[in-house]
Design a protein around this ligand. Structure first.
Ligand code: UTP
Length: 290
């Protein structure tokens, strides 16, 4: 099995839950504290040893490609003004160990379709998929790094899972898992609590063997008329084993306003430059809430 070098970042969605903010700005460019969501994801991928980052993008979303490109005028202006600290921040948007490649998804036909659009660049290699609006925080080793370690042992597809409150299972895709090694037996989209096979939700980080692309080519539109990645994952189980990886950090669904706000507050509290002042303001503010 080939080593894992590539990640697909689907960024061609409509971002409709964040309108009007996302009318002219891609959802993936919304900042949490001082970095756009997509930059957290690229940094997580780079730390996990990924070298090729494939953005599946749309003509309305060129701001994302621009963010990772050079801006010579801005650089020379910052040099002229002696602002070397800002220059360093600007240059550090793209980690030096990665290259960014873009492919287009002309129409938002679903997450499965977006992944399939990357097939010409993926070829016959295993690859990761990271949802750019899901931030995963871990104080020591990031989520994808830990998943790559599992992949290097199993050489199978791996899905990140997270425990959720049983009453919340109806909001998520839930995995049916068997045994201590979390072998995936199936998955159910938004089940009722009494029909849920577990309380383990599928959370936005995946590693796939290349066979998923063959399956996606044949996958018909499912729920919402979109080509669903979950349908292809379910079909992959007929050919290959797949394991869950139970993430023990915190995930934030930043495609949703509540998750985005929680991420903003918690990342600010973890930021060494901001946390003291922010905490000093937040504590009495929160205590005064009823
Ligand atoms: P979401 O469903 O969360 O994003 O897809 P969305 O469709 O942009 O947002 P809403 O629901 O309208 O608010 C998760 C990720 O998959 C990408 C999105 O850009 C997002 O980063 N995606 C989704 C695609 O690239 N193509 C698609 O057809 C669908």
């Amino acid at each position: 099995m080939k080593p894992l070098r590539k990640v697909v970042l689907p960024v061609a969605g409509l971002g409709s839950r964040f309108l009007p903010a996302t009318k002219a700005i891609p959802k993936e460019m919304l900042p949490v504290v001082d970095k756009p969501l997509i930059q957290y994801i690229v940094e997580e991928a780079a730390e996990a040893g990924i070298t090729d980052i494939i953005l599946v993008t749309h003509s309305d979303k060129s701001a994302i490609e621009n963010h990772f490109d050079k801006r010579f005028e801005l650089e020379s202006e910052l040099i002229r003004r002696g602002k070397t600290d800002l220059l360093q921040l600007k240059r550090s948007t793209t980690p030096s160990t990665v290259r960014i490649i873009s492919v287009r998804q002309p129409q938002a036909l679903g997450l499965g379709h977006a992944v399939l659009c990357a097939e010409p660049v993926i070829g016959d290699e295993p690859f990761a998929v990271m949802l750019p609006d899901v931030l995963m925080y871990h104080p020591q080793r990031n989520c994808l790094t830990q998943m790559v370690e599992v992949y290097n042992r199993t050489h199978t597809s791996i899905i990140a899972l997270e425990e959720v409150n049983p009453e919340d299972v109806k909001k998520y895709g839930i995995a049916d898992v068997k045994g201590n090694d979390l072998r995936i037996a199936g998955m159910v989209e938004k089940p009722e609590v009494d029909q849920a096979p577990s309380n383990l939700s599928i959370v936005g980080r995946y590693i796939f063997t290349p066979r998923i692309m063959e399956i996606l080519r044949e996958t018909q539109p499912g729920s919402g008329g979109e080509i669903q990645l979950t349908d292809a994952m379910q079909a992959l189980l007929e050919y290959e084993v797949m394991f869950g990886f139970l993430f023990d950090g915190i995930s934030y669904d930043c495609g949703d306003k509540q998750g985005f706000l929680q991420a903003t507050v918690e990342f600010a509290l973890r930021d060494k430059h901001l946390s003291d002042d922010f905490r000093r303001w937040l504590k009495p503010f929160a205590a005064a809430l009823d």
